[in-house]
Design a protein around this ligand. Sequence first.
Ligand code: NAG
Ligand code: NAG
Length: 260
Amino acid sequence: MRSLWLILIFVLSALISKCNSREARAISGRIVGGVEVDIEKIPYQVSLLYYDSLACGASILSCKFVLTAAHCFRGVLIVSSYTVRAGSSTFFEGGSIHDVSKIDIHPQYNRTLLDYDAAILTLRNLIKYDATRQAIQLPFLNEVIPEGTAVITSGWGLTQNFNESSYVLRMVELKVTNQAQCNIIFLGDGGITTRMLCAGADGKDSCEGDSGGPLQHAVSKKLVGIVSFGQSGGCAQKGIPGVYTRVAAIRTWIREIVEI
Ligand SMILES: *[C@@H]1O[C@H](CO)[C@@H](O)[C@H](O)[C@H]1NC(C)=O
Ligand SMILES: *[C@@H]1O[C@H](CO)[C@@H](O)[C@H](O)[C@H]1NC(C)=O
């Protein structure tokens, strides 16, 4: 009887700690304060579907590979339950559907800290490039993204304002924020590693369901980040940036798999 209680307490505390973890609050949300955009403006954005529902955003690396966040995958990985929709401004129709044949989670991915929050999907049927489907340029290894750099993030996550439809792709412009200040904001929660980059703007943010999607340099259009996590208790809070996986820090791992 006593051991039963211990097991129950153990299971409950595991559940509670899971709910408080970054991973638990990283999934399902909204681009806040953005504008609707046609896929031709962001042709490297794709949606990652789990059966028919939106799991995450992702970016086209090449005709055979897309990049997303590792936290998009939880529990037992059944590769065949995931597909990618490319070339559509909506996640539920149009464009082309690509079956996933392999999921490579970054080997150093830490699900507590959301460090190295990156995964590469190998597609079974290749993406054909056109005005709605293009590969995104990548930064160099350890390329510096200075504070204040204008960046754009996009996705289909739920919006805060009910009138901001989440069925159509949305984008928002943000600025890279100070890394040391961002680390202080998230310190109680494990802090910010060099594999992370923070970006924000008052009243604007990416949020949960945008996870895995691109954060691109507004001028060079390079993929500087992957939507990763934010502050618990809501997105677009004043002074609280969102956190992105720093693509320049995982460049070697991407090259090993994708050979670009
Ligand atoms: C993740 O990071 C935390 C904090 O540094 C550490 O305690 C933990 O062991 C790490 N987990 C794994 C699986 O490496
Ligand atoms: C939402 O749309 C309705 C109808 O078009 C409008 O009356 C309302 O003011 C809008 N609400 C917001 C918060 O924009």
